[in-house]
Structure formats: structure tokens, C-alpha cells
Design a protein around this ligand. Structure first.
Ligand code: ZN
Length: 319
């Protein structure tokens, strides 16, 4: 394979410099309203000597707000004297999507989370993914990537770690999730690094409770990693698992969704989780969505109208 060319993204911060820096990842993007213009992705780096490096990212999807709310504030308040090592904060990773308030980029429709490893000579979203993959991940010891449900899903607030072939790394991931101390914790499949993620609500907005969880969680993870001093503020958490594809139910018709149980409520296999009502005529029976397993409702479609193929409900089981 030919060597990849360098990223066109130029950071205005120096990752090796002590102190706090507020700058940008500048991505050249020439366009109608700005010849030789750039996408300016805000970044903060707080460094205090050698030690572990944490990479904290929000708005990988542009309509998810707990991460940006927690991370813009952390960037504003973090002091170098509180840090051992380095904290790299990118509150709004898919910045064009974040500014548009949309899941994907308005420039190229790129879904950043699905774009890795990206390309240095690709679309704007591919260039952002490539920069994270080849420049930021290699210098990070722990990664916390915030997600929420966005405009079309609503989640139980959870932090998630990943099952891995490397059981020692898996255990470290689950320990970091426990330190985050969201009310719910999830075991998921995938990933290579010490990488944890969240789903903290959704609906294209944030709630006071989920933002508090995000702020406590990010501070807890930095304490757990030894970057901030003190012990994590541990809170009770319930571990969940999504054991199979039976967790996911999809709408088979367009219509109006009626959720039959609320987030966190339990359901038995065969029970109706949601109904989709035909709105094109009267007199039609609703499509019933039945639970394919025993579990509890971990996520549901948000907004009243659904299209065929939309994710209607996600079940999980207590570990
Ligand atoms: Zn997301």
C-alpha cells in the first residue's frame, strides 16, 4: 500500500507545550463564500509535564449536546496545575455538522463515526476522521467519545466499554466506564484502544440530568486515569449488555409511533414495545413491534413520526 500523504489539517496548538492553549484544527476548505477558507475546529490542550494523555471528544454527530456542553466547560475551567500529563479537548469534532445542528456534515453528508479511518485527500469529513485516526489517537492513552441519541433517538443515560480479545484491555475499559459512573453502563462489541463512549439521552437536545452526568463523568475518567488528582465520585451504576441483533427493532411502515413502555422499563419476549399507526387513512390496525427477547428499553425512536426502516426500539439486558 502506498504511504498516505500528510493530513491537510494544521493544528494551531502545540501538543508538547505545557500550559493551557485554546486553538483550532484548521482544515483548508475553499468554497463559494470563502476562497482559500478553512473549517476551524476548536481544540484545547492542557498539559503539565509527562504523564498519560486523554483525548476527549464531543459532537462526533452534530446534534448531540451533552459532550459539547461538558467539554466546552472543561476547556474553559481546566487549569494546568490540576493536570498530570495532557488533556486534549475537542468539544465538537464534526464541526460543520455541529454548527448546522445535524447528525451528518452539511458539506458532504459525512457521518463521521462511520467514516474511520478516513482519507487525507477525501471529503471534509474523511479528512477529519483521518486526522483523528493517524494524529490524535496514537498520542492518546485513553479516549472518551461522547454520544447521545441525536434528533431521532432517546437513550437511557449510559457509558459504554467494549468486549475485546485482549481481556486485560477489556477490563481496563470496563473499569473506566465504572469510574465515569453514569446511572447505566453498557458492554458493547468493537474497538482497539482504551476507548469508552456514551449515550446520554437524545432528542436533539440535552437535559439537566444528562449534562450533570457528562460533567461528572469526564472529571471522573480523568481522575481514574491519574490525570486529575483525587478519587472518582463513584455513583451506583447498573451494567447492561446488548447480547444480539434481537435487541433492535425497526419500523416496517411509515406512520406515527406510540411507545408502549418507557426507557428503563422491563419487557418480556413477545410483548408489544411500540405501535406504529397508519396516518394515511382511518380504520387501519397499527403495526405492533414485539420484543424479541426479555429485557429493558434502552433506547427508543424520538419524535412522533417514523419512516419504514427507522430504529424504533433497542432492548438491553442486565448483566
Ligand atoms: Zn452519536
Amino acid at each position: 500500500m502506498p504511504a498516505l500523504r500528510p493530513s491537510p489539517i494544521a493544528p494551531t496548538v502545540d501538543f508538547e507545550k505545557d500550559g493551557v492553549q485554546h486553538g483550532f484544527l484548521r482544515l483548508p476548505y475553499s468554497r463559494d463564500d470563502s476562497a482559500w477558507g478553512s473549517v476551524m475546529i476548536p481544540i484545547a490542550v492542557a498539559r503539565n509535564g509527562p504523564g498519560p494523555t486523554a483525548l476527549l471528544t464531543g459532537a462526533n454527530h452534530g446534534d448531540e449536546y451533552e459532550g459539547p456542553l461538558a467539554l466546552f466547560e472543561l476547556a474553559r475551567t481546566l487549569e494546568p496545575k490540576d493536570v498530570t500529563g495532557t488533556v486534549i479537548i475537542i468539544p465538537a469534532m464534526n464541526y460543520p455538522a455541529f454548527r448546522a445542528g445535524t447528525r451528518t456534515s452539511p458539506i458532504d453528508k459525512g457521518n463521521l463515526n462511520r467514516t474511520f479511518p478516513g482519507r487525507p485527500d477525501g471529503t471534509v469529513t474523511e479528512k477529519i476522521a483521518d486526522y483523528f485516526q493517524r494524529y490524535l489517537l496514537p498520542r492518546s492513552d485513553i479516549v472518551l467519545d461522547f454520544h447521545s441519541g441525536g434528533s431521532t433517538l432517546d437513550f437511557l443515560p449510559y457509558c459504554a466499554g467494549h468486549y475485546r480479545p485482549d481481556k486485560e484491555l477489556e477490563a481496563r475499559g470496563f473499569a473506566a466506564v465504572e469510574a465515569f459512573a453514569a446511572p447505566w453502563s453498557m458492554k458493547m462489541i468493537e474497538m482497539g484502544k482504551l476507548f469508552i463512549t456514551t449515550e446520554l439521552g437524545g432528542g436533539g437536545t440535552s437535559r439537566a440530568e444528562t449534562v450533570r452526568i457528562a460533567r461528572r463523568g469526564v472529571a471522573n475518567v480523568l481522575r481514574h486515569a491519574g490525570i486529575l488528582s483525587g478519587a472518582p465520585d463513584r455513583q451506583p451504576t447498573t451494567w447492561l449488555d446488548m447480547p444480539s441483533g434481537d435487541c433492535f427493532s425497526f419500523a416496517e411502515h411509515d406512520g406515527m409511533i406510540e411507545t408502549m413502555i418507557d426507557l428503563g422499563e422491563t419487557v418480556k419476549k413477545g410483548e408489544v414495545v411500540a405501535r406504529i399507526h397508519d396516518v394515511s387513512r382511518t380504520g387501519a390496525a397499527p403495526q405492533e413491534i414485539h420484543a424479541k427477547m426479555d429485557g429493558l428499553l434502552a433506547a427508543r425512536h424520538f419524535r412522533g413520526l417514523v419512516k419504514a426502516g427507522d430504529c424504533a426500539a433497542v432492548l438491553a439486558v442486565r448483566v
